[in-house]
Ligand binder design. Structure first.
Ligand SMILES: NC(=O)c1ccc[n+]([C@@H]2O[C@H](COP(=O)([O-])OP(=O)(O)OC[C@H]3O[C@@H](n4cnc5c(N)ncnc54)[C@H](OP(=O)(O)O)[C@@H]3O)[C@@H](O)[C@H]2O)c1
Length: 275
């Protein structure tokens, strides 16, 4: 019996070696980048601005930085960027993102959720307060924003894509990462469950390594990770463009991938330094 889902016209094109590789498929589409004013998020915003997306960029409180990003990118790309301010811990903030999406004039296509906190505490200082604070900023806030915006995408006409930001420390075990990495690992599992639940919204995760902007910049600059380059565990430190490209890959409207993680760490979690 023939498949009712077989696409004869497409099969005919393939028999002639004719394929479709979409270009600029997010042009004139609305994309939310929460935490888009931060070190890594800003590069994703720039990549999407270059493509011609209509951008909604979120930040917590540093308005001057968000406005500087907006004016710098508008000058470079003549793009539309609207800003949403607020802490993801505030239940009203997901509503503010939804309101910005509704106000935007183009189809809603995707979301990247960058906010997180390094939540650095020594093992001795680990307590209920530090664990709860890390869970809030690295798990609860991003998850509830994904729930709100993903539900809107699922109900929309074209579905869409959600990208969550974890860390290489959630993929491999690194010393002193307990307070930060465990909630980030929970976020990966949450992404897979959401990906299973939704039919039209793909949910994926990018897990960056030591990247030379944002929250890791000070540690990298201070030489904390030099040993990884010196021992050839990695060829160089990560760049925000490396992460932005992975995020854009998952945002691609026709990419047929959901519930997956890309670790953008130059191979650091392979621990080639340990032979
Ligand atoms: N940089 C790295 O090497 C690295 C490595 C692995 C994983 N990551 C992950 O990648 C993501 C981005 O990191 P980054 O280095 O770009 O961080 P960043 O430079 O500190 O930027 C964080 C961004 O998120 C916003 N934000 C932070 N907490 C928020 C909250 N509670 N509610 C709403 N917005 C909030 C910040 O706004 P304000 O500036 O207004 O506070 C800023 O826009 C994080 O989830 C991080 O864990 C980063």
């Amino acid at each position: 019996m023939a498949s009712q889902f077989w696409d004869e016209k497409r099969a005919e094109r393939y028999s002639q070696f004719r394929y479709e590789f979409p270009v600029n498929s997010l042009r004139q589409k609305t994309v939310v980048v929460a935490g888009g004013s931060g070190g890594l998020g800003a590069a994703a915003v720039a990549l999407l601005a270059a493509e011609g997306s209509d951008l909604i960029v979120g930040y917590r409180a540093n308005r001057p930085r968000a406005e500087y990003l907006r004016s710098a990118l508008q000058e470079q790309f003549r793009c539309e960027i609207s800003l949403v301010e607020g802490d993801l811990a505030d239940p009203k903030v997901p509503e503010a993102y939804l309101a910005a999406v509704q106000k935007s004039g183009s189809p809603f296509a995707g979301v990247a959720i960058f906010p997180g906190d390094p939540a650095r505490v020594t093992f001795d200082d680990l307590n209920r307060e530090t664990v709860n604070a890390s869970l809030e900023s690295n798990y609860t806030g991003p998850l509830l924003l994904a729930k709100a915006l993903g539900t809107a995408l699922e109900r929309g006409e074209n579905g869409g894509s959600i990208v969550l930001l974890s860390t290489m420390q959630a993929i491999a075990v690194f010393p002193s990462s307990l307070n930060y990495a465990a909630p980030k690992a929970a976020l990966i599992q949450a992404a897979k469950i959401l990906a299973q639940q939704w039919n039209w919204v793909r949910v994926n995760v990018v897990a960056p390594g030591a990247t030379m902007t944002g929250m890791a910049a000070t540690s990298i600059q201070a030489g904390k990770y030099d040993r990884y380059v010196a021992t050839n565990a990695i060829e160089r430190f990560g760049r925000p463009e490396d992460v932005a490209r992975a995020v854009r890959f998952f945002l691609e409207p026709d990419n047929y991938i959901t519930g997956q993680v890309i670790t953008v760490d130059g191979g650091l979690t392979l621990r080639r330094d340990r032979g």
